[in-house]
Design a protein around this ligand. Structure first.
Ligand code: KG4
Ligand code: ZN
Length: 346
């Protein structure tokens, strides 16, 4: 089965072709980050319009790379949420229209399920069950994955997502957008011990996260010390270390609680090298296996959507001819929701 995947939930247009026998045939990505950088964050209307401009050319490019045509596609998977509604609607409408024109099924894919399954695209995929640390721009959660489609949320953020905290802190420090990579770059020349930072929510039990206090602490530090030499890099380094150590502590708790032997890191913040190294170290120390997707599949991409969609389609999932787009879509609703939609198999 050959599945076309389409991702347009935020500021990246992603397309991919996944083949159940041959694996990922091709993927193409276009990032709008340089357009939004001017505004210091994603402007939803600009994002939607740019997806309209870029999606079809990118799709043709991806099919050419995969050495196939639209007629070779057996199913279409598109991101239906969560995300920006206008942006989602572009991918959903195009995906559904292509499926209709070809007479093949289309499935609405949950963006976070895409992130969760992205590590399975790698040559040495993790085995079930595993715990996933899912850290993106919109979400931070720990999820127990017992098989594809069975997700138990162990803990979530009570306020900002980890990526959002990186983005806001980078903006505060005048580092620009997108925040995660620029802050990580600035942190390389900083001293993480120069200022002290809290490790939020680690002094009490539980698997919840909270990053808004850390953000306020960082703002206060910046206001007090911005004139000092190297303050920008030192604060970036201290902030990054605080986020990383907090995530490591929570992962360790989740591994103890579930008695799972394998940890998976997914989502945009999973591209952070310090986080990857710290979790690998913890894995070696405590005896867990640790896997990540390649860096380009941590952030948004079409490959994870094609792959998650393939698994839905493989089990006979088939939506009636609707276009689904849900800006808010809790992962906990995924099972009951999708199966209700898929069961109207006409
Ligand atoms: O998964 P993703 O591409 O989009 C969402 O689903 O939200 O994640 C984007 C987030 C942004 O907040 C970005 O700043 C963060 O991931 N990010 C990083 C790094 N690369 C991207 N955060 C920390 N370090 C990075 N290297
Ligand atoms: Zn994402």
């Amino acid at each position: 089965m050959r599945v076309l995947g389409i991702e347009t939930s935020c500021d990246e247009t992603g397309v991919a072709v996944y083949d159940s026998d041959r694996g990922l045939l091709a993927h193409a990505l276009y990032s709008q980050a340089h357009i939004h950088a001017e505004y210091g964050g994603v402007v939803p209307e600009i994002a939607s319009r740019d997806h309209v401009r870029k999606l079809l050319p990118l799709l043709d490019e991806c099919l050419a790379q995969a050495d196939c045509t639209r007629q070779d596609i057996d199913g279409v998977a598109y991101t239906a949420g969560p995300g920006l509604i206008g942006a989602l609607l572009v991918g959903a409408s195009v995906g559904r229209a292509i499926a209709l024109s070809l007479g093949v099924p289309a499935v609405a894919v949950h963006h976070m399920e895409g992130h969760l399954l992205a590590p399975l695209l790698e040559p040495d995929p993790p085995k079930f069950p595993f715990v996933a640390l899912l850290v993106s721009g919109g979400h931070s959660m720990l999820v127990e994955v017992s098989r594809i489609g069975a997700y138990r949320v162990l803990g979530e953020t009570l306020d900002d997502a980890a990526g959002e905290a990186f983005d806001k802190t980078a903006k505060l420090l005048g580092l620009g957008y997108p925040g995660g990579p620029v802050l990580a770059r600035a942190a390389k020349t900083g001293d993480p011990e120069k200022y002290s930072f809290p490790r939020p929510m680690t002094d009490r039990p539980g698997l919840e996260f909270s990053f808004s206090g850390l953000k306020t602490h960082t703002r206060n530090l910046w206001q007090a010390h911005c004139d000092e030499e190297n303050a920008q890099a030192d604060i970036a380094a201290g902030f990054q270390q605080a986020v990383v150590e907090t995530l490591v502590i929570k992962c360790r708790r989740a591994m103890q609680q579930t008695r799972c032997g394998h940890l998976v890191i997914a989502g945009g913040v999973g591209a952070n090298l310090q986080l990857r190294e710290a979790l690998s170290r913890a894995g070696r120390k405590y005896g867990w296996g640790v896997s990540y997707p390649r860096i380009e599949f941590c952030t948004d991409n079409g490959a994870m959507i094609a792959y998650a969609g393939y698994h839905r389609l493989r089990t006979g999932a088939f939506e009636s001819e609707i276009i689904r787009a849900r800006p808010r879509w809790p992962l906990t609703e995924l099972e009951s929701d999708t199966w209700t939609a898929y069961s109207s198999k006409t």
